[in-house]
Design a protein around this ligand. Structure first.
Ligand SMILES: [Zn+2]
Length: 98
């Protein structure tokens, strides 16, 4: 997965009525949102409110809009520190579309 993190107040996710479904693996855990048609996870969030962080599935974003976004690679093992940064527009494009 390639997650893009934003403050909740900066994000609007639109879908047809009944187009999204939420689920959590654990009680009070992360709230995942997925498409009811294809099953793709669109986002997840742990906290509620405008200042909370929401993680968006960056693979679903408009490629042209995010092609030059800097990617920060996190270690994901407790510290969540940034271990690398790069710009690689091709990572936003499916291999089948190249
Ligand atoms: Zn879908």
């Amino acid at each position: 997965m390639l997650w893009a993190y934003y403050r909740r107040r900066a994000v609007a996710i639109t879908a047809p009525r009944g187009g999204l479904q939420t689920y959590s693996v654990r009680p009070h855990g992360r709230r995942f949102v997925r498409c009811t048609r294809c099953g793709c996870v669109t986002s997840w969030e742990k906290e509620r409110g405008a200042d909370a962080w929401v993680a968006l599935n960056a693979r679903l974003l408009d490629h042209a809009l995010v092609a030059d976004v800097q990617v920060s690679v996190l270690d994901g093992d407790k510290t969540w520190r940034v271990i690398d940064r790069y710009r690689r527009p091709a990572i936003f494009i499916s291999p089948s579309q190249r």
